[in-house]
Design a binder for this molecule. Structure first.
Ligand SMILES: Cc1cc2nc3c(=O)[nH]c(=O)nc-3n(C[C@H](O)[C@H](O)[C@H](O)COP(=O)(O)OP(=O)(O)OC[C@H]3O[C@@H](n4cnc5c(N)ncnc54)[C@H](O)[C@@H]3O)c2cc1C
Length: 439
């Protein structure tokens, strides 16, 4: 949601990183509701194109049901625990009213299956059955049409860092353990003691008064037992275990020539024999690519033509274990089959993210999983020590997983960082006015 209420958008605008179109009122006012727009073309695995009218009909049904999940916000009880089960229950009822022939009904379910795959990408989860129904509506989508920075996100962080003294930010310095509730000394500050010592993997130690932890939830889950010394309080550790953190990856395919129409923006892939109402789980090596939602057409740059595919869940994690050649070959076969063109030229290169294998990430972003609530995100955000006894605010927590309504986003991450910076400012200089309105 790039619009005035989004601090990432605001910063990017201030730094002059956005074009006229991105800054336009028209773009900012678009209410997507977090739903991806309709595809420009929808290919079925039979090699036939799916009627866009049928796709639009299924999109209306699917997103209508997604919007309906807000009814359960803060409900003491829900009919089923997860968003996935709710969607399937409702769709099951709709199906009984479908009067078309068997083939069309099957195609409708296959299209719906593609929307389920897409929603898994949005939520960064393997299955919508893992996403809790009651808190789902707490996630807040800001208005605005998605946009990209011409020099990537790093363009923004470069601008932000330009105002910092040199060497303030240290790279390639992995933290091994955060020792807290201690009494550490530093030669440069004789006589002073620090409650926290940040121990790095290379053996360096930084005694400090405060540390703001922003490592991804996936990393926290994996290193829970060794990253904090003493270990985190039980309820904080439990929140970390309960909040969901899944995988969503991008696969970029570069083509010599576009095979898509000039005005094509989104290519949907529909697997004819799939249905959200059936729990088929074919072996990952045979079927991982069926989880791919299709491709976003990236704006053509010079003579470079690139499609960006999205794939979530265990299939995405399996894809990470394959070589570039295997992914390229497999997706070439998929595209040839879907377009019905066995001669379709193979992409000339492939580039993909591997967020699950990345040791300091271990996934993409968080979601409120069945068994957890928005309260767990707030709990994760609480500084330590929890009782405020002894030295205050030793460990503070920021990062997307600590923002109750904007989790999984860059603006959630940014706001959470400001929130913790403000917390420290209030401790050290309570009389100082916060300069910037916070969301
Ligand atoms: C495919 C995909 C698409 C996305 N699309 C969007 C989008 O359109 N809009 C949007 O707003 N958001 C999007 N996001 C989400 C967004 O990128 C994240 O929510 C955001 O980057 C999270 O920021 P963060 O600071 O919490 O964590 P991160 O950006 O993950 O930063 C955490 C940092 O901690 C470092 N770290 C980890 N462990 C250690 C350690 N032990 N020592 C030192 N450093 C460590 C990591 O290397 C990393 O640099 C997308 C994410 C993915 C994967």
């Amino acid at each position: 949601g790039p619009s005035r209420g989004n601090p990432v958008f605001q910063l990017a605008a201030e730094y002059g990183l956005l074009g006229e179109k991105e800054l336009s009122e028209e773009n900012q006012l678009v209410e997507t509701g977090g739903h991806v727009g309709l595809p420009s073309v929808s290919y079925a695995s039979s090699g036939a194109r799916v009627s866009l009218q049928l796709v639009a009909e299924m999109a209306t049904l699917f997103y209508g049901l997604i919007d309906q999940t807000r009814e359960f916000l803060h409900a003491a009880e829900t009919p089923v625990p997860s968003v996935g089960e709710y969607l399937k229950k409702e769709i099951g009822q709709h199906v009984t009213g479908w009067t078309e022939d068997e083939e069309t009904r099957k195609l409708k379910l296959a299209v719906l299956n593609s929307f389920f795959n897409l929603e898994c990408c949005v939520s960064g989860t393997h299955s919508m059955d893992l996403v809790a129904l009651a808190p789902f509506g707490e996630y807040t989508v800001l208005p605005g049409l998605d946009c990209t920075f011409s020099k990537g996100y790093q363009g923004l962080t470069n601008c932000m860092m330009a105002s910092l003294p040199e060497d303030t930010v240290v790279f390639e310095k992995a933290v091994k353990t955060i020792h807290w509730n201690g009494s550490f000394q530093e030669a440069a500050f004789p006589g002073e003691t620090f409650p926290v010592s940040v121990e790095c993997e290379d053996g360096d130690r930084f005694p400090v008064h405060h540390v703001i932890v922003t490592v991804p939830l996936g990393f926290l889950k994996e290193r829970l037992d060794t990253f904090f010394d003493p270990p985190l309080p039980a309820e904080k550790a439990e929140a970390i275990r309960k909040i969901g953190f899944g995988t969503n990856n991008k696969i970029f395919l570069e083509f010599e020539e576009p095979f898509w129409e000039p005005d094509c923006q989104l290519i949907q892939l529909v697997w004819d024999d799939t249905s959200p109402l059936e729990d088929a789980a074919p072996a990952l090596q045979d079927a991982w690519f069926r989880k791919l939602i299709g491709f976003v057409v990236l704006p053509a740059f010079a003579s470079v033509h690139v499609l960006c595919g999205f794939i979530a869940g265990l299939e995405s994690e399996f894809m990470e274990t394959l070589s570039d050649e295997e992914v390229l070959l497999c997706l070439t076969q998929v595209l040839r089959r879907m377009t019905g063109n066995p001669q379709l030229p193979a992409p000339k290169s492939v580039l993909r993210s591997r967020w699950h294998s990345a040791p300091y990430t271990r996934g993409s972003y968080s979601y409120v999983a069945v068994g957890s609530t928005g309260g767990d995100l707030d709990l994760l955000a609480q500084p330590l020590p929890a009782d405020g006894a002894g030295a205050q605010l030793q460990i503070l927590f920021a990062g997307e997983a600590t923002h109750r309504t904007f989790y999984s986003t860059t603006h959630g991450a940014l706001l959470s960082g400001w929130r913790e910076a403000d917390r420290l400012l209030s401790l050290w200089a309570p009389q100082v006015q916060q300069p910037r309105p916070r969301l």
